[in-house]
Design a protein around this ligand. Sequence first.
Ligand code: ZN
Length: 324
Amino acid sequence: MKGKIGIEEHFAIPETLVDSERYFEKDVWPVFSAKILDFMKYRIDDMDKYGMDMMLLSLNSPAIQCIPNTKKAITVAKRANDVMSEAIAKNPTRYRGLAALPLQDVDAAIIEMQRAVKDLGCVGVLVNGFSQIDTPGNYKYLDDPIYRPFWAELEKLDVPFYMHPREPHPENLIQMQGHPWLEGAAWAFGVETATHTLRLMCSGVFDEFPKLKYILGHLGETLSFCIWRAQNRINKTGRGIPAKRPLPEYMQNNMWYTTSGQYHTSSLLNTMMEFGSDRILFATDFPFETVEDACVWFDNCTISEGDRYKIGRENAIKLFKLNL
Ligand code: ZN
């Protein structure tokens, strides 16, 4: 289909580029790094060729979240958001942006979020999981009570929050020790991001801020398949869970899901059956995956043309108020 809008489409700045190097073999790294730093040549050529009107840009992972020095995290986040907004200004019909945030300091993250949304015109924010604060070994998940003012401001600004994966902290990666092929996007990202999302839902954050709009990539990071069982067990053994409502209700009312890096029709159908086609958005995960693979699969997968249009374009316009 023509006119597709991609929701999880990455760029890097020189300060964050190195974070992606470990995921590539040496021979493909030069091409990958040229693509992720570029806003003009590679991605617009691919978008034109495969029917994408627009990309919502976001920084690579873990980037800001793995900079323990708070001052530096703030500086790099600002710089990344400035670079992104310059690229959008040069290509206003092809790009919008999701802001990076220095959640090492809640007040600074709120100030940068306000600047990004109100001054730079960002249509949402994207955070790469937990943030390391002061030292690499000190890290906080977003269900921590210190982040409640951040969620309050996000709800007030009424822009979507994208929870993007990052590698588990080394002390939690121990179960994959000796099995490096399970790290990263192959498996570790999904477990880490699903667990972070479960922590948030269970913490009651969506009870306190019921208008939050929360996005998961990769067709829900396995949660669309697993959430029934989680709730079934919580019903029987709640262990004092703070959440006031069943977890599937938050996934139905507060969450949206993108196809980033998960070009598999039965996984898409599972997510559609759980949450409906109004809550699913097209994304490629460029340049970690290719625009070609994402688009060729999506354009030909066995769903109705009405659903394809919603997922490929219409849902993004509504959720991000894109004014297209
Ligand atoms: Zn991604």
